[in-house]
Design a protein around this ligand. Structure first.
Ligand SMILES: Nc1nc2c(ncn2[C@@H]2O[C@H](COP(=O)(O)OP(=O)(O)OP(=O)(O)O)[C@@H](O)[C@H]2O)c(=O)[nH]1
Length: 818
């Protein structure tokens, strides 16, 4: 049964119009070419395909816009259809667009006949297949890459089963494609990676769709290899993992080379221990860990003692094996996190981390010392060395880096060597700081010498009997650009014993001689004394240098130069210094022993050193008015100087009272603030012309023995009365004896006949006053801590009055004719 038609048929012109509309709405180009190869019909789709309006192309040769490479084939097909007058063909050809690009076109053509059945040409369709062609190319390319890639490629399902692998996979792993399809990549596993490794890999694939790393796998042959692997997650339209693609390359050879290079770069070839470079890295890590968790690090520098002798005695090879043995022992002694490195020759460094208080690791350090000195038995030989170890600790009060820490340990190691080897020394950072300070101060002094910041001042030495200027002492001052004028006490102690004393003293000597010449020019011939240190006098060329200094100043009479040497300065080689003094004496330069009495060997020096002059240290002079002990020393020195026939100078004369007492004791040359302070050279002449002997000193002479005893008694009583008053004012634990131990007084009284039955009448008031003074003293001291303040001050007043009277009476006795 026929189905009823839903549309009514169209005929004639209507049909033609409908056909035209259908043709123009087609996506494909519908065409006809005449037998000469010219376009005779094109629908509207032509515009879309070529950019040309169909009417513009009609009458033109179809072949002209075919890609030159495709023309021959196209012509041949066309000719074949025309000549056969029947048939059809389908092929792909590139056709030029108006914009000069080419589109891939699938052409379908068959012979077209006219109404009379004669051949009219060729008709057919053209379809734009550029997009499909591009996709095909892409696919072909991908397939080619997959097949030909140097990297192994493995595609798995979301379940992790292998879906495909390429040829490189087969080459690298040794498995064929057929052997692995459908299997898990685990078949390659070497077991070298732990579960955590794979867990991390899957975490990355889940969250970042990507993982890259190095992985140790096993080939089919069982051989292990290293691959660098990148895995990418491929997700489906719903965002679920559909596949995993792994791309890997075999990096086994590079890995071996890198490990070899790393070994060479970071390990000592002989012992296999970390070398200096790796040590630096490990130390940095240990310091970082220490900062993180608040623990400490110790750096132990180990240098073998006497290792050269092992080489010399047993040969280099045994030496090598000893180094290996010691390195191994130390490595066994420390924990795994610690580092034992060999940094060269017979030097090792051990970094000990995670220590709590530094003392924590001292037993370990002692063990390292044992590791070194334990004998080693190598080829029938017993080989022994010891080690010197230096230790530094991290952290320290000040910020410190790894290099500094190593240097500190190195320094401490040198100290261990200095102290006799076979021991360890811990770096003393406080000592180091003061050494650093000292270094910078020394540098400053060195600069100051170069910049001529030092000047000399001169202090007169006076003959107290005549008031005449005897000589001057040159005293150095530092005109410091920031701190002003500094006295020698502020910088000389810094350079004591240091080589820097030599240039400074050379300058002082030269400058003093130059000044002497300037005074000569002014018609003033005054002797000058210059201080010389023990360091200077121990110089072998000292005498020669002194001669040269004098020779370059020919107008200076060497006898006008005196050199002062500190009695306390380290005169190690007294015989040498004695020879030096004698040699200088040969050309007129004399010596003084300065600060005499303060050293342990005053008498020895006095006996052995041919110094012409002795200078009594000012500490004895300063207190001689009220300290019987200092007075006794002074008297002793004065006696010795007389016995040894040495000239005597008293230093530290602060007042005319001091000067007077010195005269009375028989010391006539003096210097001190009481006479004149040190002054610049040019002021000295003016000062000397204005200076006269104070009247209190005129006519003053040395005392006879009787008066000298009285002077001693006076000093004793001054000391005692002052002590009693001090004690009364502020009771001290060391109580003053109630009764005066008046030994000098007793000696004097005996000398003047007080003990005889016919005691001189003039003495009686003095003795009575003395008894009263003693009684008042005892009463004052007995008044005790709990006595009423008023009572005590009344008793003190009474005692002071008696003391003044008594001391006045003794003083008057000193003035009495002898
Ligand atoms: N066997 C061997 N000896 C080496 C090696 N490297 C350096 N030396 C020698 O090790 C010695 C190290 O010198 P020193 O540290 O001055 O010798 P030392 O006798 O230990 O001296 P002190 O440290 O002052 O006790 C030198 O004689 C080097 O020739 C080495 O790799 N093998």
């Amino acid at each position: 049964m026929m189905r009823p038609s839903l549309v009514s048929p169209v005929h004639g012109r209507k049909r033609m119009a409908l056909a035209e509309s259908v043709l123009d709405n087609l996506v494909e180009v519908v065409f006809q070419i005449d037998c000469g190869g010219n376009w005779v019909f094109l629908n509207q789709a032509w515009l879309q395909l070529t950019g040309h309006i169909p009417a513009d192309s009609l009458g033109k040769r179809f072949i002209d816009d075919v890609h030159p490479d495709d023309r021959a084939e196209c012509c041949a097909l066309f000719q074949s259809l025309i000549s056969r007058r029947a048939g059809e063909c389908r092929h792909e050809v590139r056709y030029r667009h108006r914009d000069d690009s080419y589109r891939w076109v699938e052409a379908f053509a068959r012979c077209a006949l006219d109404e009379d059945g004669r051949l009219a040409g060729v008709a057919g369709t053209l379809t734009d297949v550029s997009a499909r062609k591009a996709a095909d190319d892409q696919l072909r390319l991908a397939a080619s890459v997959f097949t030909n890639a140097g990297e192994g490629i493995m595609i798995t399902s979301s379940a992790g089963l292998i879906l495909d692998v390429n040829a490189a996979f087969e080459t690298i792993t040794g498995y064929t494609r057929a052997e692995v399809l459908g299997r898990s990549p685990k078949l390659l596993s070497s077991g070298r990676q732990d579960a955590a490794f794979y867990a991390d890999m899957w975490r990355n694939l889940d969250t970042h769709d990507y993982w890259q790393g190095e992985i140790y796998n096993r080939r089919k042959s069982g051989e292990a290899y290293v691959e660098r692997l990148t895995i990418t997650t491929i997700r489906d339209g719903a965002g679920q993992p559909a596949n995993y693609v792994g791309i890997f390359s075999d990096i086994t050879i590079q890995k071996i080379q890198a490990e070899h290079l790393d070994k060479i770069a970071h390990y000592d070839p002989l012992t296999g221990l970390p070398n200096r470079r790796l040590l630096a890295d490990r130390l940095q890590q240990a310091m970082a860990r220490s900062r993180r968790d608040g623990t400490g690090v110790a750096v132990v520098y180990v240098d073998l003692d006497g290792f050269k002798a092992v080489n010399d005695e047993h040969g280099h090879e045994i030496g090598d094996r000893l180094l290996v043995a010691i390195g191994r022992r130390m490595q066994l002694a420390v924990r795994e996190l610690d580092t034992v490195a060999r940094i060269g020759g017979d030097e090792f460094v051990v970094v000990i981390g995670d220590i709590r208080p530094p003392e924590d690791c001292l037993s370990l350090i002692a063990r390292l010392l044992e590791c070194v000195r334990e004998p080693a038995f190598i080829e029938d030989a017993q080989v022994c060395v010891t080690g010197s170890l230096g230790v530094s600790f991290y952290p320290q009060d000040e910020d410190i880096n790894a290099d500094q820490l190593m240097r500190q340990a190195d320094q401490a190691m040198y100290r261990a060597k200095d102290l006799g080897k076979n021991r360890y020394c811990v770096f003393d950072s406080a000592g180091h700081r003061s050494a650093l300070d000292r270094n910078s101060q020394l540098e400053e002094i060195e600069r100051a010498i170069a910049k001529r910041e030092f000047v000399l001042h001169y202090q007169p030495i006076i003959d107290l009997r005549t008031g005449r200027l005897n000589s001057v002492e040159a005293l150095v001052r530092w005109m410091h650009p920031e701190r002003g004028c500094l006295g020698p006490g502020e910088f000389l102690p810094l350079i004591e014993g240091h080589p820097l004393t030599i240039p400074l003293e050379n300058w002082i000597l030269g400058e003093a001689l130059d000044q002497h010449q300037r005074w000569l020019d002014a018609g003033w011939d005054i002797a000058v004394s210059v201080n010389m240190s023990g360091t200077q006098l121990h110089q072998r060329d000292f005498v020669q240098r002194l001669r040269t200094a004098l020779a370059t100043r020919p107008r200076v009479d060497p006898r006008r130069l005196k050199l002062e040497v500190l009695e306390t300065s380290a005169l190690h080689d007294i015989a040498h210094v004695s020879r030096t003094i004698s040699q200088c004496a040969e050309f007129g330069v004399s010596f003084s022993l300065d600060d005499f009495g303060t050293g342990y060997s005053s008498l020895r020096y006095l006996k052995q050193l041919p110094a012409r002059r002795i200078k009594i240290d000012q500490s004895f002079v300063k207190n001689m008015l009220q300290d019987p002990d200092d007075l006794a020393i002074l008297e002793g020195v004065i006696g010795m100087a007389a016995a040894f026939k040495r000239e005597l100078v008293a230093e530290g004369v602060e007042s005319m009272a001091h000067a007077k007492m010195l005269i009375q004791l028989g010391c006539f040359l003096a210097q001190g603030f009481g006479i004149a302070r040190p002054m610049p050279g040019e002021r000295l002449v003016e000062w000397a012309s204005g200076w006269t002997l104070p009247s209190s000193l005129r006519g003053c002479t040395a005392l006879d023995r009787e008066h000298a005893l009285l002077l001693g008694a006076l000093v004793e009583y001054r000391a005692w009365t002052a002590a009693v008053l001090r004690q009364a004012a502020a009771p001290a634990p060391d109580r003053v004896p109630d009764a005066m131990q008046d030994s000098r007084m007793e000696q004097w009284l005996t000398a003047v006949g007080a003990a005889t039955p016919d005691c001189p009448a003039w003495l009686r008031p003095l003795l009575a006053l003395r008894d009263a003074l003693h009684a008042a003293g005892a009463e004052l001291l007995a008044s005790g801590d709990d006595a009423a303040t008023d009572n005590r001050s009344a008793a003190a007043k009474h005692f002071s009055g008696l003391a003044a009277d008594f001391l006045g009476m003794l003083g008057a006795g000193l003035e009495s004719p002898r």
